[in-house]
Design a protein around this ligand. Structure first.
Ligand code: MN
Length: 242
């Protein structure tokens, strides 16, 4: 086990980007007082960075804490940590390709987690949804709970439900999206919310033609070359990173 003394400090630009991600997600209405974003530590794949227990829109550099994949904080000190940090550790453990994660209760996505209507890509911007979001039913693992991913067992079950997909809906709770970079995870979290709004409108009109798997994959691949465009725009709205 690497401890905080021997683990090198993360890249300061990565920390700044994580702070920006928290603020952007707040400004874009994906998170409110709740929800969180993390990034895998750039010097150790067995660690990740996540803010202390606080509203994402208020996160500053000094609020970023380092965790191991069990969800144990290395440098939290007296600071409280998020109850659902196990979401992050267990997904990083299960998915070596994942470099960033956003967990939120973004409102428009919630109906798709509690009905038989899967969240599917309605337009090219959400090609990352592929054949649809994965579904997680906490009752199957732990019976009646407070709905939170409050330990490693639940985190591992969530990661198993996510599988190889980009997005998992958590029934009666929220959703979690993953990416190969902070920019991609933030983009996906924002467009999952947009897609949910549009899908809800479309289904009221009649039968919907979604992107098929090939179209979704092609659109997602193209969008991944355009991430800087939205990131720069969103970054402009959040002010100075401190
Ligand atoms: Mn939650």
């Amino acid at each position: 086990m690497v401890d905080a003394v021997t683990l090198p400090a993360p890249d300061s630009e990565l920390v700044d980007k994580l702070v920006a991600a928290n603020r952007i997600l707040y400004h874009q209405g994906v998170v409110d007082g709740f929800g969180h974003a993390s990034v895998r530590h750039d010097k150790s794949p067995a660690h990740f960075l996540l803010a202390r227990n606080m509203a994402p829109g208020l996160v500053r550099r000094d609020d970023i804490v380092t965790f191991d994949l069990d969800g144990a904080a290395l440098d939290a000190g007296e600071r409280r940590v998020y109850l659902e940090r196990f979401i992050h550790g267990e997904i990083y453990r299960a998915r070596p390709d994942v470099q960033a994660i956003v967990h939120s209760h973004s409102p428009s996505v919630i109906p798709f987690g509690v009905t038989a209507q899967p969240l599917r890509p309605i337009f090219h911007m959400s090609g990352f949804l592929g054949e649809g979001a994965a579904m997680f039913e906490i009752r199957e693992i732990a019976g009646d709970t407070n709905m939170l991913i409050s330990d490693n067992r639940l985190g591992a079950a969530l990661a198993a439900s996510l599988g190889a997909r980009s997005t998992v809906l958590m029934r009666g709770h929220g959703s979690t999206v993953v990416g190969t970079s902070i920019e991609q995870a933030v983009y996906r979290a924002i467009y999952a919310e947009v897609n949910a709004k549009l899908q809800l409108q479309a289904v009221t009109l009649g039968e919907v033609t979604y992107l098929n798997a090939n179209e979704a994959a092609k659109a997602a691949s193209t969008n991944d070359t355009q991430l800087a465009r939205t990131w720069e725009l969103w970054l402009r709205q959040v002010g100075t990173i401190e």
